[in-house]
Design a protein around this ligand. Sequence first.
Ligand code: SF4
Ligand code: SF4
Length: 292
Amino acid sequence: MSTNLIKISERSYGFLDFGAAKVERVGEDRQRSFEHYLAEGHHADMGYLARNVEKRFDPALLVPGAESVLCFLAPYGPASGGIAGFAQGVDYHKIVKDRLFAVIEDIKAQFPAFEGRPFVDSAPVLERYWAVKAGMGFIGQNNFFISPEYGLRTIIGVIVCNVPIDRFAPHAPLQVTDCGACGACQRACPSGALYAPFHLDARKCISYQTIESKEPVATSLAARHGWRFGCEECMRACPWDKPLTPLPEFETHRAELETMKPDDWAGLSEEEFERRFADSGLMRAGYSKLTK
Ligand code: SF4
Ligand code: SF4
């Protein structure tokens, strides 16, 4: 191994895996499928997805001088109380970004010329695409990033940096490079949102309706399936799904969320909601949506 390699001990920060990909414009296929998704309106009212599309296709437009995309997998636990697993604690953007900043500081200590910007699902970066390019897994027909070793319950954190990929230790080659196409995810989707392999209409998706949509949850569909924030039906059905030991911050609200019944939600004042969940991703859906 070259002594010139920059060493990243991803496990020191609780990440399960690390990989690096060379910055380049994303492939034509990915561009076309994203443009089709937008053209069909399947992004619903998530207007931010339609902005900065060129930057989404080329990280060098987002971070001048970018050479590599570093990808990290942060594990979260199961859903509980109708709340998705990734929302059982502190907002995942903060959990993962704090760790990415620590990684950046660590690399800078070894290599002062290093410059990197962290991204966690909050800027026009195709995290799943880059994790695949980094050799860490594949995209399933349910649109989740799937690590053959760690499954689906991970948030991908990304650092776009100014150091060429050959300065990082290579990721071991994957033994399995696609999901198996069993179709279980599509059959498990209660709303028809996953209407074809790899194709999701967010407007019908319980996860979108209960988290992102500005509208009240439109139908009783989410309630019928017991979902208040998110939906994991297409994840649970997948044979690649496996339990992981979550980072501790992903779990900080689990005990109280587990015990909350519909009446408890309905009886919660806005003040109490904000006091209890101020640091949580539940704030994204907001008081009205969660307490109806
Ligand atoms: S999250 Fe739920 S509603 Fe959305 S595609 Fe998956 S199973 Fe269907
Ligand atoms: S449920 Fe089957 S088809 Fe869907 S992502 Fe998992 S392995 Fe692929």
